[in-house]
Write a protein of this length. Structure first.
Length: 284
């Protein structure tokens, strides 16, 4: 299924709006006057995020450090400046035109003064969170033929940021690490069998120093799994399959083998492996 693009044009044109910017009747508000210049934070663009900082996210409510803000992914912001009494006075702070009118599903990450987001075709953009100034953009150059594997358009749900790096998954099944300050590519690994209809639209997560990424494509007959990678090198650390494979091929030599042998494998019957098995971890 391919989503209609017309309904997404307003979201793509408005792009990113801060201070709960409001656009009435689909019309763009007038460009606001430039914000007063202030000296950037010494940490600007460094993206010094680690597990401790995410666990203590409430100490910096103006940041959005991880996909769901915290590891609990409640998406709740403790900010209380906006109330029912003053919400009517809010207006547009800035906007950015994105380079597509396709669907936008990313959760922006805001850290150390920079907003990181993704657009269609797994492209990554960074903006000054205060002024909206574009800082850098990265295009992973996903070959167009991979778009047919995406059930619900070539969307992307965002990035993960960790110790000066920005991580993004791509429609063609890659995991890419970028320099948070420049957008330069640091490493690029293929996480799936690209001859099969796998996709990645979910945002990576970083937990205990490992970058976690899943995939989509269960409805097209693939076998799901979650993989952990070293954030510095891109080397695979482990892979956990969510459904058992072809019994005639034996174990996967993966951490999931024990779970299948002890419990899960007994619940499967028939020739499920001929249909892939499903179980894709598409939101990571």
């Amino acid at each position: 299924m391919i989503r209609s693009h017309g309904s997404s044009q307003l979201a793509a044109a408005v792009g990113i709006v801060l201070s709960f910017g409001l656009v009435a009747c689909g019309q763009r508000a007038a460009t606001p006057p430039p914000l007063a210049a202030t000296a950037p934070s010494p940490d600007f663009g460094k993206a010094n995020v680690d597990g401790t900082r995410i666990q203590n996210a409430d100490a910096e409510p103006g940041s959005w450090l991880s996909h769901g803000r915290t590891y609990s992914e409640q998406r709740f912001s403790p900010l209380d400046q906006v109330t029912t009494a003053n919400v009517s006075t809010l207006g547009l702070a800035w906007f950015a035109d994105l380079d597509t009118n396709r669907g936008q599903e990313a959760t922006p990450i805001v850290v150390d003064g920079v907003l990181y987001t993704t657009t269609a075709w797994s492209k990554v953009k960074a903006y000054d969170a205060k002024t909206g100034k574009a800082l850098w953009a990265f295009d992973p150059q996903v070959p167009g033929q991979f778009g047919v594997n995406a059930c619900c358009d070539v969307v992307n749900r965002g990035v993960a940021v960790w110790k000066g790096k920005v991580f993004v998954g791509t429609i063609d099944g890659r995991l890419i690490a970028l320099d948070s300050a420049t957008g330069s590519k640091l490493w690029d690994v293929v996480t799936v069998d690209q001859t099969k209809p796998y996709t990645i639209t979910g945002a990576p997560r970083v937990v205990k120093g490992k970058v976690l990424i899943g995939n989509g494509g269960a409805e097209l007959g693939v076998r799901g799994y979650l993989t952990a990678y070293d954030p510095d090198t891109g080397a695979q650390v482990w892979r956990f399959y969510t459904v058992p494979g072809d019994p005639s091929k034996g174990p996967d030599n993966a951490p999931s083998d024990a779970a299948f042998a002890k419990v899960a494998g007994k619940t499967w019957f028939g020739e499920w492996w001929k249909m892939g098995g499903g179980g894709t971890v598409w939101d990571s």
